[in-house]
Design a protein around this ligand. Structure first.
Ligand code: KIV
Length: 278
């Protein structure tokens, strides 16, 4: 709370300042109700392009569009008071060069109210990150396993084992030097995550990258057990809401078929009963 009683929203510099401090707690959200819950407990809410697979049933994140990110970004924005909102730049919206990236990042910020964007890529994306940050677009970088490059990698494999480690160390150094305020490290070995976290000036946010990182992020639907198409090793299930939904929907279907729902308490009479809510 500020002196005026307003909740102070977390900013990109606040996140950057958490380097080496209390772990940053980050989760995805795509809808207002989940955003409200995440806002009460987390520092950063990411409107991830994982929305394509999790909510829209796409086979990868490659089919996600800028309009989808804007629509989900607007929904999440309505649920937030405190957490920093970051929106993913979808595949094809930034790779042509800095000018294309700025144009689309500016749309995301103007139309969703997000305070930062996330984009995938290391050394090769550093000039774009520099261009954006110099023009008022805070950037969270994303290196290691970058899901938009799934076809280049040939699958969602661990990155940075053996000789691949050097490349990811260079990526981390490049995005930090380019001005990113934090970097997501996805699916890399613990020792590499520890090394990178000690080497760069900005917070590392791990997903499948060990507790050595400055913070952690998960896809909310994975940890809630709503998205169960597959479960990466790095996901811990904190709830089984998918099972709970299955049971509830099955019970509803049975009750409708057996005419046990609606019951008397769900039915309106000609005149309102005392205390009845419409
Ligand atoms: O799209 C997403 O949800 C992400 C996180 C997994 C980091 O990029």
């Amino acid at each position: 709370m500020s002196a005026t009683g307003e909740t102070k929203a977390i900013t990109p510099p606040d996140v950057a300042a958490r380097k080496g401090g209390a772990p940053l707690v980050c989760l995805t959200a795509y809808t207002t109700p989940i955003a409200k819950i995440v806002d009460r407990h987390c520092d950063v809410v990411l409107v991830g392009d994982s929305v394509g697979m999790v909510l829209h049933g796409l086979p990868s994140t490659l089919g996600v569009t800028l309009d989808m990110m804007i629509m989900h970004g607007q929904a999440v924005r309505r649920g937030l008071e405190r957490a920093l909102m970051v929106v993913d730049m979808p595949f094809g919206s930034y790779e042509e060069g800095p000018a294309q990236a700025f144009r689309n990042a500016a749309r995301l910020m103007a139309e969703t109210g997000c305070a930062a964007v996330k984009l995938e890529g290391g050394e090769g994306m550093a000039p774009t990150i520099e261009f954006l940050t110099a023009r008022g677009v805070p950037v969270m970088a994303h290196i290691g396993l970058t899901p938009q490059a799934v076809n280049t990698f040939g699958g969602y494999r661990v990155q940075g084992r053996g000789e691949g480690a050097e490349r990811i160390r260079r990526d981390a150094a490049a995005v930090s030097a380019a001005g990113a305020f934090s970097v997501v490290l996805e699916k890399v070995p613990e020792e590499l995550a520890r090394q990178i976290t000690s080497e760069i000036a900005i917070p590392t946010i791990g997903i499948g990258a060990s507790p050595a990182c400055d913070g952690q992020i998960l896809v909310a639907d994975d940890m809630l057990g709503v998205f169960t198409a597959f479960k990466p090793k790095f996901v811990k299930r904190y709830a089984d809401l998918g099972d709970a939904a299955e049971a509830a929907i099955a019970a509803y279907a049975d009750e409708v078929r057996e005419r046990r729902f609606p019951a008397a308490e769900h039915v309106f009479g000609d005149a309102p009963k005392t205390g009845e809510r419409a």
